[in-house]
Ligand binder design. Sequence first.
Ligand SMILES: [Zn+2]
Length: 234
Amino acid sequence: MERPLDLIAGLLAPVRCAICTGELPASQRVGVCPACARRWPAWRCPPLPGVDNRVACGPFDGLLRGALLALKFGDQTWRAEGLGHWMAHCTRTDVPAPPRTAVVMPVPLSRERLRERGFNQAELLAVHAARHSGRALDVTTLRRRTHLSSLAGRNRSDRREILGAYVCTAPAPPAVLLIDDVTTTGSTLEACAAALREAGAVTIHALTCAGADDLAPPLPLEPGRGAATGHTES
Ligand SMILES: [Zn+2]
């Protein structure tokens, strides 16, 4: 349990941008700073079989890449709340936006990888994206069957293996918002979508913090989007 003085110090400490670690404006208690929000509006990603719409908050590059690597490998899990908050904001600018009833689900890790890392970065992001977007969270239905060493540079038979790597342990909700930290080829999201559809999901949106494949130009800003950094969700 935190001591009262530590709690007070925590409340008085400046709140940092989850991407550049710069101090956030006084009116903002969580998220990314105005400069980062302007630099990375939501980006549309190439279509994937089984996924109705896929959006990345930004390209896997520069400070955003650094922030995600720090979250995943650098023990900087504090970044998850700000990034999840930012992802929640991106769900409001998707075209078409994921339904309000969409249940947020992280891409699961294998048991081996979870043991090794101690946490699932996609789940950390999903927890905060769900909370800040007012959607339900489900971290148990979608499971990973096997551990595959790396998805990079895999050939076609490996890709078939990936497609069978996920399974649902219960009926899936009709609408799902899949969350991951970064996509490269999209095979993982495609495999998750296949498992979800088999379990009854009808509408599947995917949202990643970053995309490493070909991203289309930013989605058009909506009125009020300029308030991206001062938005009011908790
Ligand atoms: Zn920033």
